[in-house]
Design a protein around this ligand. Structure first.
Ligand SMILES: Cc1cc2nc3c(=O)[nH]c(=O)nc-3n(C[C@H](O)[C@H](O)[C@H](O)COP(=O)(O)OP(=O)(O)OC[C@H]3O[C@@H](n4cnc5c(N)ncnc54)[C@H](O)[C@@H]3O)c2cc1C
Length: 491
């Protein structure tokens, strides 16, 4: 069996298939000594619902109309065994298996929300989770991981069955035959600009996971005749991106509430305190008459109290210890705890008054060395000043009649600051549609013979991402299903 991609999805399908008797080759694009995948830079959080029926109601409400009840029910049943499954894996390789609860549903008002809980290994985040999976993989004699071996295309016969994968190794093409099945687990298309432009309503959107996820498996699935789903949906908050840094950066919780977000005119348009996994949806409004996305980018405007809150605006910083430390370490950047480095390098704009800040923003409205967009919109100092004055007046009354933000404080203490915020997040969800066996489906709803998928490539999630831990929950749950079923294909 061939598995394309060594992330969480690839690891779990490989483990399950190997346990069922298959010989497995995992092809991984990255070299062994620089193997960064989304799983090993993630928070390691996964959903394990406490109530199957409630979980079914909740996931059905989250994913919208694209996913049928059968798959929603399997999601509910299977994810409810995630803790037990991960515990078993960890203990099998002598790793600690204690877990702690981290939270619940992202949309508490949806039906069944109180049946959702998210968990993480007490011993560490995504790096630890992947270490456990990696140890399990390496403990199997019938799994071989081939690093520096990017898959290039699928081999398909006249009956459309997938026979294996053509990969590149040492600058030569090699063909690996899959006697049972091929599993696409190569992650999303976070770093494929062409696919993003075509698939997304609302561009540009940026990501902060591994830049080796360039949609390779997606393109192979399309070439093999796969149907697609959830291409427009992603897991994205609002966060930072600067043209002179290669990946997006997460925006951490802002410890002081004297900040707001405005569009390119300088107007507020949403409750900024929601920066969950679907927050990007507020940004993707398109003005057809002007031909622009006036909220991409938007601007985070804050005062001296926020600047001096004692924490970096982007917590992908500080030696070790954070969710994407491994990623930023790769690029060698750490955000300063008083934002001073970012003011100095021009990422964060600084002015004595809000009107002056608006003029600085206007001068930055791209394209230039920091941002790569063109827009006919110019920020007006009077518009931004009015937005801030209204926000301040409401904040003094502890109310936000327009958008319902609960915690807000006036921007009173200058200097004032601003920086671009974009739809920015961990991962895409779109890709090949799959069935209850984990098989990739064609546009007529029939399985493409011997082709399976796992992980965020063609995720079940559309519309609303259920809560922190959704993607890893899916890997643990559907990865098992895909691996077990793929192993049953005739050898
Ligand atoms: C910073 C961050 C934090 C996150 N936190 C969480 C969290 O706490 N909980 C949660 O549920 N989700 C989280 N996510 C999302 C989650 O981590 C991912 O959706 C999930 O790990 C994806 O797993 P995967 O196996 O599909 O892909 P990955 O883990 O990304 O693995 C894909 C692998 O395929 C390889 N590959 C790509 N192309 C090829 C090719 N042509 N040939 C061979 N190999 C290829 C890649 O190099 C990579 O190693 C987070 C993501 C990020 C970036």
């Amino acid at each position: 069996m061939v598995v394309l991609g060594y992330g969480g999805g690839g690891a779990i399908t490989a483990i399950e298939a190997a346990d069922a008797g298959a010989d497995v080759v995992i092809l991984e694009k990255n070299p062994a000594d620089r193997h960064i995948c989304n799983t090993n830079v993630s928070g390691g959080i996964f959903i394990c619902p406490t109530d199957v029926e409630k979980a079914f109601q909740y996931i059905k409400a989250c994913v919208g109309d694209t996913v049928d009840d059968t798959l929603c029910r399997i999601w509910a049943t299977q994810t409810s065994t995630n803790k037990e499954y991960l515990k078993r894996l960890a203990e099998s390789v002598g790793e600690p298996s204690d877990m702690m609860r981290l939270g619940g549903a992202e949309f508490p008002d949806l039906p069944g929300a109180d049946g959702i809980s998210s968990w993480v290994l007490k011993s560490g985040l995504g790096a630890k989770l992947f270490e456990v999976l990696d140890k399990c993989v390496k403990a199997h004699k019938n799994i071989r991981v081939a690093y520096s071996s990017p898959g290039k295309r699928l081999v398909q016969d006249e009956s459309r069955a997938i026979l294996g994968v053509v990969a590149e190794r040492d600058a030569k093409e090699i063909t690996i035959r899959a006697r049972r099945a091929t599993i696409l687990a190569s992650g999303g298309f976070e770093f494929n600009d062409q696919v993003k432009l075509n698939a997304f309503y609302g561009n540009p959107r940026y990501f902060y996971g591994t830049d080796s996820n360039t949609g390779d498996g997606l393109l192979m699935a399309i070439a093999a005749g796969a149907d697609l789903w959830h291409m427009n949906w992603s897991s994205q908050h609002y966060g930072f991106y600067y043209k002179n840094f290669p990946v997006g950066m997460i925006l951490g919780g802002i410890a002081k509430p004297s900040y707001l977000v405005v569009d390119q005119y300088g107007k507020r348009y949403f409750n900024e305190s929601y920066n969950g996994h679907s927050a990007y949806a507020y940004f993707i409004f398109f003005d057809p008459l002007k031909g622009v996305y006036p909220r991409i980018p938007s601007y985070l405007v804050f005062d001296e109290q926020v600047r001096t809150m004692g924490a970096p605006l982007s917590p992908n910083t500080g030696p070790g210890g954070d969710v994407i430390g491994a990623k930023t370490a790769k690029y060698g950047y750490y955000w300063s705890t008083d934002q001073s480095k970012e003011i100095e390098n021009g990422w964060v704009l600084k002015a004595d008054t809000i009107e002056e800040l608006a003029l600085l923003i206007r001068a930055r409205q791209g394209p230039n060395e920091f941002v790569d967009y063109t827009s006919s919109i110019q920020m007006e100092p009077t518009v931004l000043a009015k937005s801030v004055a209204t926000f301040n007046a409401n904040a003094r009354q502890h109310e936000d009649p327009e958008f319902g933000r609960r915690v807000l404080a006036p921007l009173e203490k200058g200097p004032f600051y601003a920086t671009e915020v974009w739809p920015c997040g961990p991962n895409t969800q779109g890709g090949p549609k799959f069935d209850s066996h984990g098989r990739v489906l064609d546009v007529c709803g029939n399985p493409i013979p011997r082709l399976y998928k796992a992980g965020e490539l063609g995720s079940i999630y559309g519309q609303r991402y259920p809560s922190g831990g959704g993607n890893l929950a899916e890997i643990l749950a559907f990865g098992r299903i895909a691996g077990q079923n793929a192993a049953k294909e005739l050898a």
